[in-house]
Ligand binder design. Structure first.
Ligand code: HBI
Ligand code: FE
Length: 301
């Protein structure tokens, strides 16, 4: 069993790189209806919550044609814009497989969609979390470069035993990141933008901390896999995120090896504070007043 909990090779029917055919014709009307329900609920909510690159990407990929998008159709536009393509996978794939896809500008998206009774929470990333949540940002050239740099960094981190630090970076940016704009904080993280309740909680609720993003500090901060975050990190620009990953991680990993974790609700003196949260939601037991896709923290597998 490797560190990420996967044993052996790809599941039956999957290729060596764990990809499968999307088989778009196999989706039932009920499955398309689940997508459309989730999609319409989010697009009503997001105009003054999601960041402009996300909203532009949603339009560019024309995801509002109704029903689960055909990856082949998305890829025509996506590849033209940034060289990325969406590939179908059965669900979570091993870390090394995941990073290799990202390093080659392939985003692995779950082929399945959640059941109507799972509208508000599911364990594994499904096609709505992956394609609605992650793919629109891949139309932005800077974010597209960041995701490829992340994949290349992930391959290195695996070799150095620093995966859990890199997973935190992914979690607090790609999944749950906020962006500072002149109009206020905006969402770019897929785990937030694909969740109705967390799209509200992450921006409006007084409970969580909202702190300026710092790569090393973020890598020292554990995250929640089964509930809203207790801290959200804010970047000043997508370019600053890309720049942070283009530095040599060697010295950072050396310092991380000597540094302790920062507990999830703590604010440290160096933090730039946007919101000093009450942590009332977590203190009341949390448990997800609304919707989001869970993801297993690699160190928890
Ligand atoms: N597999 N399909 C899929 N999607 C993910 O987001 C994913 C994964 N495997 C591993 C993984 N994420 C994590 O290890 C990274 O977030 C670090
Ligand atoms: Fe995700």
């Amino acid at each position: 069993m490797s560190a990420d909990g996967f044993t052996g090779g790809p599941p039956p029917g999957a290729r060596a790189d764990w990809t499968i055919d999307q088989d778009w014709d196999s989706y039932t009307p009920a499955e398309h209806e689940v997508w459309t329900t989730l999609y319409e609920r989010q697009v009503k909510l997001l105009p003054d919550r999601a960041c402009d690159p996300f909203l532009k990407g949603l339009d560019a990929l024309d995801l509002h044609r109704g029903g689960i998008p055909d990856f082949a159709r998305i890829n025509e536009e996506l590849t033209r814009l940034t060289g990325w393509s969406v590939v179908a996978v059965p669900g979570l794939v091993p870390d090394d497989v995941f990073f290799d896809h990202l390093a080659n500008r392939r985003f692995p998206a779950g082929q399945f969609i959640r059941k109507p009774e799972e509208l508000d929470y599911l364990q594994e990333p499904d096609v709505f979390h992956d394609v609605f949540g992650h793919v629109p940002m891949l139309t932005d050239p800077v974010f597209a470069d960041y995701m490829q740099a992340y994949g290349e960094g992930g391959r290195r981190a695996l070799g150095l035993g620093r995966l859990h630090n890199l997973a935190r970076l992914y979690w607090y940016t790609v999944e749950f990141g906020l962006l500072e704009t002149p109009q206020g904080l905006r969402i770019y993280g897929a785990g937030i933008v694909s969740s109705h309740a967390e799209s509200i909680f992450a921006l409006d609720d007084p409970s969580p901390n909202r702190l300026g993003f710092d790569l090393e500090r973020t890598m020292r901060t554990p995250y929640r896999i089964d509930d809203f975050q207790q801290v959200y990190f804010v970047i000043p620009s997508l370019q600053s995120l890309l720049d942070a990953t283009l530095q040599d991680f060697g010295p950072i990993y050396a310092r991380l090896a000597q540094a302790s974790d920062i507990s999830i609700a703590e604010i440290v003196p160096e933090d730039r504070i946007f919101t000093r949260g009450t942590q009332a939601y977590a203190a009341a037991g949390g448990r997800l007043a609304g919707a989001r896709c869970g993801q297993t923290e690699p160190s928890d597998r």
